[in-house]
Every structure is written in structure tokens, then in C-alpha cells.
Design a protein around this ligand. Structure first.
Ligand SMILES: Cc1cc2nc3c(=O)[nH]c(=O)nc-3n(C[C@H](O)[C@H](O)[C@H](O)COP(=O)(O)OP(=O)(O)OC[C@H]3O[C@@H](n4cnc5c(N)ncnc54)[C@H](O)[C@@H]3O)c2cc1C
Length: 135
């Protein structure tokens, strides 16, 4: 089938990549330059994380995203993912870091929780006494 994909952002290019792999012929129509600096995906930095609120299902979706990315890196012959992990810092009960920790627990995704002293030793840019825990 001949398919026209509108937009050469990350969604358009990923869709085109999948369609081509499925045997379709694809044309991409983009209104600006490629990459378009005005597109949401038009720069070089994004993070990906499993830490989302419980009940959203995002953590599970990230598993699917990683699988798709691995397939894409394999097709490209190189990975553009800098898999360096991330740190969340809870400063108040019920803050976003706490909610995200609950989401990780709900999905059984592993993380390492550090009490303040251990966290400061590991990440010296943290200020002791200013947070409850880090993971
Ligand atoms: C500053 C910023 C930081 C972000 N940080 C993160 C992050 O850390 N992690 C994360 O997961 N997400 C992040 N996001 C969100 C993520 O970047 C976007 O959800 C994603 O890039 C959207 O991709 P897209 O392909 O749908 O849209 P876009 O990248 O905007 O692509 C749409 C393309 O379609 C073209 N287009 C539109 N209309 C037409 C038309 N009629 N004809 C022809 N072409 C058309 C546009 O020119 C554009 O090139 C961030 C977004 C921003 C702006």
C-alpha cells in the first residue's frame, strides 16, 4: 500500500519506519526543514523513565518503548540512547518523587532507595537535611 505520512517528527518518522518494515511504500510530507527546529522533537535531548504515578500504566508502556527502540537501534546499526539512569529526590511527603516511587513499586520495577546520608555520599551535590530519601 502507498501511505503518506504527514510530519517528519519522531512520531512521523517512527510510523514511516514501521510501515516500511511491514512492506508498505511510504512518502513523508514535512512542512519545514528536516529536522524541523520548531518541532517538539526537533532537538537532541529527551529523557525516558519508568517513574510515573501508580495507576497510569506508563511504566509498562516504557517496556514496549524500549523493545521498539532496540529494534530501531539494530536497524540503524547504532544506539542513540545514553542509558545512564536517573535519580529522584523526595523532599516532602506525597511529592512527585514519592508518587513516582509508588508507581515503580506498583509495577515491580527495581530501584535502589538511599537514606539521606548514603545519598549525599553517593551524590555529593545533594544537601544533607534538605530531603527525605533518594532513589
Ligand atoms: C522542550 C520539550 C521537552 C520535552 N521533553 C521530553 C522528555 O524529556 N521526554 C519525553 O518523552 N518527551 C518530552 N517532550 C515531548 C516530546 O518531545 C514530544 O511528545 C514528541 O517530540 C512529539 O513528537 P511528534 O513527532 O508527535 O511531534 P513533532 O516533533 O512536533 O513533529 C511534528 C512534525 O509535523 C510537522 N507538521 C505539522 N503539521 C504539518 C502539516 N500540516 N504538514 C506538514 N508537516 C506538518 C511539523 O513541522 C513537525 O516537524 C518534550 C517536549 C518539549 C517541547
Amino acid at each position: 500500500m502507498n501511505v503518506i505520512v504527514v510530519g517528519a517528527g519522531i512520531a512521523g518518522l517512527s510510523t514511516a519506519w514501521s510501515l516500511v518494515k511491514a512492506g508498505h511504500s511510504v512518502s513523508i510530507v514535512e512542512q519545514g526543514p528536516i529536522p524541523n527546529p520548531l518541532a517538539a522533537s526537533g532537538d537532541h535531548h529527551r529523557i525516558i523513565r519508568r517513574a510515573y504515578r501508580a495507576g497510569t500504566g506508563y511504566g509498562r508502556l516504557i517496556t514496549e518503548a524500549y523493545q521498539a527502540w532496540d529494534e530501531m537501534w539494530a536497524d540503524l546499526g547504532e544506539s542513540h540512547l545514553d542509558a545512564r539512569g536517573f535519580v529522584c529526590i523526595s523532599r516532602e511527603p506525597g511529592d512527585e518523587a514519592e508518587e513516582y516511587r509508588e508507581g515503580l513499586e506498583e509495577g515491580n520495577f527495581p530501584f535502589e532507595l538511599l537514606e539521606p546520608d548514603a545519598a549525599v555520599e553517593r551524590w555529593p551535590f545533594l544537601e544533607a537535611g534538605s530531603f527525605r530519601y533518594a532513589y
